[in-house]
Design a protein around this ligand. Structure first.
Ligand code: FPP
Length: 247
């Protein structure tokens, strides 16, 4: 059930000016758990519930693209036990959400180094990506083993290989050619980037794509983030004057 406040904010939103793409750095799961003397994994579990909420709200109000930073290339440096708990959680999440994604016509895809993920997690991801590939109502892009610099290196290699093979004239490389060789090819750039838990950093997230995104940093820890705050950010976004470098 939506609270009254959520319904009120929904009514205030201008449906003509909704963001086409929202990107989120979901930070603060560990701190949420620590504050409660719980294992960090409990924070990730609660964080997975927030993922469900935000996907649901985006689908309900008509945000077409949602990108979630779930695991960065740097996160491989975390303790093995935490990495393995996150992977198990991800697999469970995919299994529990599979049918709901189909019911709601949501497409799931992954941006990042899919090949570095454990075999069983990769198999679950490929299964859900294939299953949902024709869904048109909304796109959830999960950033997994994702790093913005690694993405730019990959793009450069792809373009260089095409040029070397003679299929691409270097003089024809422009911004759209670059964009077409990123993981996010085909998706609009994020209109909004939200980071929870107060850190003022981009942390190697969507380095190219965030060029003109409106940035919102909230002190709220990801497991405590919810529908009302998300809708309030969308309302605030609708008040901002986006000039894209113009006057
Ligand atoms: C950041 O919190 C969060 C992560 C590194 C993982 C994000 C994962 C989830 C939200 C749950 C699983 C995801 C899906 C898609 C089911 P942190 O551990 O860096 O927190 P801290 O900075 O407080 O330590």
């Amino acid at each position: 059930m939506n609270s009254n406040l959520s319904s009120e904010i929904r009514r205030q939103l201008n449906p003509e000016r909704l963001p086409a793409h929202v990107a989120i750095i979901m930070d603060g799961n560990g701190r949420w758990a620590k504050k409660r003397f719980l294992n960090r994994v409990k924070g990730h579990e609660k964080g997975a519930e927030t993922v469900r909420t935000v996907v649901r709200v985006c689908r309900e109000i008509g945000v077409k693209h949602l990108t979630l930073y779930a695991f960065s290339t740097e996160n491989w440096n975390r303790p093995k036990t935490e990495i393995s708990a996150l992977m198990t959680l991800l697999k469970r999440f995919l299994e529990s959400e599979r049918q709901d994604l189909m019911d709601k016509e949501i497409r799931l895809d992954v941006i990042g180094q899919l090949e570095r993920l454990p075999e069983d997690v990769r198999a679950s991801l490929v299964d859900v990506m294939n299953l949902t590939s024709r869904n048109k109502a909304m796109n959830v892009h999960l950033a997994l083993s994702y790093g913005g610099r690694a993405e730019l290196v990959r793009m450069t290699r792809l373009i260089a290989a095409k040029a070397k093979a003679g299929g691409l004239d270097p003089d024809s490389i422009d911004e759209s050619v670059v964009a077409d060789h990123l993981y996010t090819a085909g998706a609009p750039d994020p209109d909004i980037m939200i980071r929870t838990s107060g850190e003022m950093r981009i942390s190697n997230f969507l380095l190219w794509q965030l060029a003109y995104s409106e940035i919102f940093i909230t002190e709220t820890l990801w497991p405590d983030f919810g529908e009302e705050e998300f809708l309030s950010i969308l309302k605030e976004y609708q008040k901002r004057d986006r000039r894209f470098g113009k006057v």
